[in-house]
Structures are given as structure tokens and as C-alpha cells.
Design a protein around this ligand. Sequence first.
Ligand code: 5GP
Ligand code: ZN
Length: 121
Amino acid sequence: MSSNHDPNCIFCKIAEGKIPSKKVYEDEEVLAFHDIHPWAPVHFLLIPKRHIVSMAHVQDGDAPLLGKIMALVPKLAQQEGCRPYPEGGFRVVTNTGADGGQEVPHLHFHVIGGPRPWLKG
Ligand code: 5GP
Ligand code: ZN
């Protein structure tokens, strides 16, 4: 278990429950929690619990995990208050590396939605 986590990684600490978060969803492999600085009425992060640094580090064997995360997006977006498509909807963002604007080096998918205006985007 510990080999799946980076002891210096803030999202690993959240995944392990060492740092509290406002959880949206959790299972053995995946955690979703509210972003601490939301841009919009709905803004949560979906992460693999295992420490994957970024989308640039994803390998073929990660496909089932990523597929599971993508399939969770519409369910959790609706659960968290995003209005139905097409009037509502949501945005899914994965910043990757310095040029991509990634600040936390643990793969995460922002799910952002709710009525506009938003603070960003
Ligand atoms: P990035 O810029 O890497 O795509 O996004 C990192 C996101 O993580 C930011 O939106 C930031 O607000 C959020 N974040 C950073 N630290 C914490 C934390 O300790 N708890 C929570 N809930 N969100 C965090
Ligand atoms: Zn991590």
C-alpha cells in the first residue's frame, strides 16, 4: 500500500485520510473531493488513490482505472448539482506539467460546473 503513495504528496495524504477533505465519492481506487479554492458553484477533483504524477505518466495498464474515473464524472457531476445537458453540463480539466499549469503533481481531474458566472474559465 505505502509503495503506491508518495509521502510528500498532498493528494496522497488526502487519499490516505492524513489530510482532511470534503469527500464527494470514495472507493478502493478512486477519491473525489471538493477543491479547496472552487472556481464555480460545483468544483471537485477526481483522483486515483495510487500516486500517478500526471496524465503524461499514464500507461496502457491504467486504462481501466481512467475509464472508471471518466464513467464516474457524469454521475458525480449530477450528484453535486450540475444541471442536465445541454442547458447545464460541466467542464473536465486535467492540467499536465508546467506548460499545462499543473500545480499538484498527482493526477487529478477537475470537474467544474453550475450556473455561471464562474471565477475563472
Ligand atoms: P492543478 O493546478 O494542479 O490542476 O490543480 C490543483 C488544485 O488542487 C487547485 O485547484 C487547488 O485549489 C487544489 N488544492 C490544492 N491543495 C488542496 C488541498 O489541500 N485540498 C483541496 N481540497 N484542494 C487542494
Ligand atoms: Zn500522490
